[in-house]
Design a protein around this ligand. Structure first.
Ligand SMILES: C[S@@+](CC[C@H](N)C(=O)[O-])C[C@H]1O[C@@H](n2cnc3c(N)ncnc32)[C@H](O)[C@@H]1O
Length: 217
């Protein structure tokens, strides 16, 4: 993606999430019962050590963080982060939170044993760039674990409907509903280890990848 477009899109994404931050938890409560076991599965796969949580949002994953990890959480939206801070304090959860863009991470190479993102790469303007950054900051033997809703490719008509509705959903809520994130992970030069369908039709996927030593420029 052209860097000017990416910068404009990033500013729009930030303001959309700042706008919906006060109602995000209420909106998501409709689905949270379904998401909870998936969140649990994701965090059960995380190795011990330093973990980067990308797009922490309001901190919905905090109750699932295992004691064996030290988590640094980042998000583009300061208002989502403010809610995450409140949630962490309420839970007595120790976590470093920083306002940061995954497309341009302010961490040295090989800083983390793992990176986790749940329902984030649907919103990142240039997901290839963001995923490459994860490949850079995660140690070569580390893991990148993603939980993402994606385009339904198995039913052509549903996939086309998702394409049609996508611009409207982006405008109103922020995320794209027609991304093919497992393919994007490969495109970013990461080594895909596992892709598991968690919801009917392949709508939600668990994607586990390793940073590859062959990250393209
Ligand atoms: C749909 S919410 C998911 C929040 C949380 N992970 C969850 O599971 O509820 C997407 C989050 O990703 C953040 N985000 C979007 N683009 C980002 C970027 N480029 N860098 C960091 N965070 C980003 C948004 O601000 C938002 O908080």
């Amino acid at each position: 993606m052209n860097s000017l477009i990416a910068t404009e899109e990033t500013a729009k994404t930030r303001s959309r999430y700042n706008r919906i931050a006060p109602v995000y938890d209420a909106m998501e409560s409709l689905y949270e019962g379904r998401f909870a076991p998936w969140r649990e599965q994701v965090w059960s796969l995380v190795p011990s050590g330093q973990v980067l949580e990308v797009g922490v949002g309001t901190g919905k994953n905090f109750p699932y963080h295992p004691a064996r990890v030290e988590v640094t959480g980042i998000d583009l939206s300061n208002r989502m982060l403010a809610r995450a801070r409140q949630k962490a304090d309420k839970l007595g959860h120790i976590i470093q939170l920083r306002e940061m863009d995954v497309q341009q991470l302010d961490f040295p190479d090989d800083s983390f044993d793992a990176a986790v993102a749940t329902f984030v790469f649907c919103s990142v303007p240039d997901p290839v760039r963001g995923l490459r950054e994860l490949g850079r900051v995660v140690k070569p033997d580390g893991r990148i674990i993603l939980l993402e809703h994606v385009r339904i490719d198995r039913l052509a008509i549903i996939g086309r409907l998702m394409d049609l509705l996508d611009p409207l959903v982006v405008r109103l809520m922020g995320p794209h509903i027609n991304r093919r994130t497992a393919e994007t992970v490969q495109q970013a030069g990461l080594e895909v280890e596992q892709v598991e369908d968690l919801a009917r039709g392949g709508l939600v996927k668990l994607i586990i990848a390793r940073p590859s030593s062959l990250i393209p420029d």
